[in-house]
Design a binder for this molecule. Structure first.
Ligand code: UDP
Length: 238
């Protein structure tokens, strides 16, 4: 088994990733694969916090004509459904977990309490952070940046459909160029599709590196922590 470069990480999994090829809802084979990769991280004694998105169920901006805050609250609830799906798969595969939500729902999960989350990490539990930041107008990428800062994570592992950051959309342009490294400023100035600008700024201000990589290739989460050259690393140094 490889050795991890990090001690504590935030793994951001978009809702889309949980849907696999379907684009909507759940692909339980994909969820199981992700759970087994997370299990490997725990076996390496890595402390793992997972931030889940909600895009496979609902995104605030899909609510055309709706009150934005209302639509965003629906999105935050969607992330809770995903958190419970991932928790189920992790527990079924022998990984101890806790879900912590930014909006209280005590019958199904703990509220987010930073010190408690850290205690769970020390006991080897994976903590799944759900309901985003608890505030409308934010994203789960911003949640990943916020929680990473709060729990002093060494890195954000940003698992995506695309295998890194490109200068233009690789699904549209065959000559799109992938970056190995980027600085936060370059991401912001060039408007590159990594995270939204709020999330990128928060990472920049708190010096949290972001490793962007593709989740579709099995084994990539493990490669991401063992220092294999995958994806794009966004940090203060180019
Ligand atoms: N959301 C929110 N505040 C947050 C995090 C999420 O309002 O702090 C809402 C927002 O509507 C967003 C939805 O939850 O569209 C789902 O999150 P996101 O789009 O980030 O999920 P992903 O694209 O990662 O699946």
């Amino acid at each position: 088994m490889g050795k991890s470069e990090y001690k504590r990480v935030i793994l951001k999994i978009s809702g889309e990733a949980l849907a696999g090829e379907n684009g909507f809802g759940f692909d339980f084979d994909v969820i199981k694969r992700i759970a087994l990769e997370i299990k490997e991280l725990v076996k390496m004694n890595l402390e793992v916090g997972v931030v889940v998105g909600g895009g496979n169920i609902w995104r605030g901006r899909s609510g055309e004509g709706m009150d934005r805050a209302q639509a965003d609250y629906m999105g935050m609830l969607a992330t809770c459904i995903n958190a419970l799906a991932l928790q189920d798969s992790l527990e079924q595969n022998g990984v101890k977990t806790r879900v912590q939500t930014a909006i209280e729902m005590r019958e199904i999960a703990e509220p987010f309490i930073r010190r408690r989350a850290v205690r769970h990490f020390e006991k080897g539990r994976v903590v799944i952070f759900a309901a985003g930041t608890g505030n409308p107008y934010f994203s789960t990428d911003t949640t990943a940046a916020l929680r990473a800062a709060e729990i002093e994570a060494d890195v954000i592992l940003l698992a995506k459909k695309v295998d890194g950051v490109y200068d233009k959309d690789p699904n549209v342009y065959s000559d799109a160029k992938k970056y190995d490294t980027l600085s936060y400023i370059e991401v912001l100035e060039q408007g590159l599709q990594v995270m939204d600008s709020t999330a990128t700024s928060l990472c920049m201000d708190n010096n949290i590196p972001i490793l962007v990589f593709g989740l579709d290739t099995p084994g990539n989460i493990i490669k991401a922590v063992t220092g294999e050259k995958i994806g794009t690393l966004v940090s203060s140094i180019k």
